[in-house]
Design a protein around this ligand. Structure first.
Ligand SMILES: Nc1ncnc2c1ncn2[C@@H]1O[C@H](COP(=O)(O)OP(=O)(O)OP(=O)(O)O)[C@@H](O)[C@H]1O
Length: 288
């Protein structure tokens, strides 16, 4: 079992006498957890994420349990002497895939993110949105144990934003963890296991009522096998799970993540039966 990633009383300042940006930060990120970090401009969110990603070290305190990590910053260095597909294929081989498997995985991620049309375009000629799709693909390609996402949705079109949200939900459902910062409060709404705010150099958990999900939700009625336990990944993705009868549950899930939840139910062993899928204001209650 992979250990938790832990910050122990971590602090960071830039320069020997610089002001402390972070001080006394204790944080545990367990496998499968999705963590949101909030805070005002300049409060130290990116500093915290760079420590978590392992690309910067604390000035005091320590970090234990380093997982295999992928990091997506808001701005990706685009001036690399590769095509998008060539760059991703190269990274796939760095992650241990054969060249053929890396090229296939790279092509699949570019397709999912709506970037297949510029797979052969040199990175330096990609738009901001195009290079951000490559940044997202490079992070997801290696199926990392930890995703660190610093305003990583910036510059993506609506379809790619939604697909990226789905991919993050899939990763956490599969036991990976993710820590993200995003200016949009609807980002991954309803999914974070915890939300923290950086303020005055400290990290404070946000009260549960402050993290109540917004946006449309779906209701999924599901029936499990005899004596079946609701799969842990389903509990994690659902906002609520109400047992309405023996082995029967009514699940609420943010609409953008309903397909991840359905896939998890249907691919569970043994599979769960999906009785109905509806939106709370949908009176038909039928499957669509
Ligand atoms: N490499 C650096 N050298 C010196 N100071 C830095 C460095 N990186 C960040 N800082 C300073 O640390 C403080 C926190 O910056 P950080 O980028 O972590 O905040 P943030 O919350 O992510 O900000 P924003 O929301 O504006 O991106 C700021 O005062 C910033 O100027």
């Amino acid at each position: 079992m992979r250990p938790d990633l832990c910050l122990h009383h971590a602090g960071r300042r830039y320069g020997l006498r610089g002001p402390w940006v972070l001080r006394g930060v204790d944080l545990t990120v367990a496998p499968g957890r999705l963590v949101r970090v909030e805070g005002a401009n300049g409060s130290g969110k990116s500093t915290l994420l760079r420590l978590l990603a392992g690309i910067d070290s604390p000035s005091e305190g320590r970090i234990t349990g380093r997982p295999r990590t992928a990091y997506v910053p808001e701005r990706f260095p685009a001036a690399l002497p590769f095509t998008a597909l060539g760059y991703l294929t190269h990274l796939g081989t760095v992650h241990g895939l054969t060249r053929a498997a890396a090229a296939r995985a790279a092509g699949e991620w570019l397709e999912r993110l709506g970037a297949a049309a510029y797979a052969g375009t040199p990175m330096a000629r990609l738009s901001k949105g195009g290079s951000q799709k490559v940044a997202v693909a490079q992070a997801l390609l290696g199926e990392p144990e930890l995703l660190v996402l610093d305003e990583a949705w910036t510059g993506l079109d609506a379809d790619a934003r939604a697909e990226f949200e789905r991919a993050v939900a899939e990763r956490t459902a599969a036991g990976g963890s993710a820590v993200f910062v995003d200016h949009d409060p609807r980002r991954l709404a309803g999914l974070p296991d915890a939300t923290y705010a950086v303020r005055d150099g400290r990290l404070a958990p946000r009260a549960a009522r402050e993290t109540v999900p917004s946006g449309p939700h779906m209701t999924v009625e599901t029936q499990g096998p005899p004596q079946g336990q609701l799969p842990e990944d389903v509990r994690r993705t659902a906002t609520s799970a109400e047992e309405t009868g023996p082995g029967r549950y009514r699940l609420t899930v943010p609409a953008p993540h309903s397909d991840v939840l359905l896939r998890t139910l249907l691919t569970a062993r043994p599979p769960w039966h999906v009785v109905s899928v509806s939106q709370p204001d949908d009176t038909s209650g039928g499957l669509r």
